[in-house]
Design a binder for this molecule. Structure first.
Ligand code: ZN
Length: 146
């Protein structure tokens, strides 16, 4: 029993809830309303805007002033900026993919045409070989007549 209490104490100290913003109708990250109920006040809330020296928030007033802080606002803006960059990159990659598909189709068509040419030339080559063979045989027969 005592051990359980100690474990709970460890949990209280080491496992605060990690905050994450939500996205608005336009997909932009915005701060969400946080309800500091008894559980959250116990475990605390940490904000990922600080990677080191994280503060554990347990009261609404402190949290409200944190989300208005320069650092936090800059973090939200950075998330949105990164999101826009990713969306732009995805758009560029989609366009490139579409262009590559078109190019691939063009190249496949070209290969089809070239294969047709190779088939035709192979056929002509065989015909010529037959002709050469026939002519060579004819020459041999002429020589025999001599
Ligand atoms: Zn923050």
């Amino acid at each position: 029993m005592e051990e359980n209490i100690n474990n709970n104490l460890v949990n209280i100290v080491t496992n605060p809830t990690l905050y994450s913003p939500i996205q608005d109708d336009n997909g932009l990250f915005i701060d969400k309303k946080v309800d500091f109920d008894a559980n959250l006040m116990n475990h605390g809330l940490v904000c990922p805007c600080r990677e080191i020296a994280r503060i554990i928030f347990r009261r609404n007033a402190n949290w409200k002033s944190h989300i208005k802080s320069k650092h936090h606002v800059a973090w939200i803006n950075k998330l949105n900026e990164e999101k826009m960059n990713i969306l732009t990159e995805v758009d560029t990659l989609r366009r490139e993919n579409k262009e590559l598909k078109i190019l691939n189709t063009q190249l496949q068509n070209e290969i089809g045409l070239r294969n047709g040419t190779v088939d035709l030339l192979t056929e002509q080559n065989l015909t010529m070989k037959k002709t050469i063979k026939t002519l060579t045989e004819s020459i041999g027969n002429i020589n025999l007549l001599d």
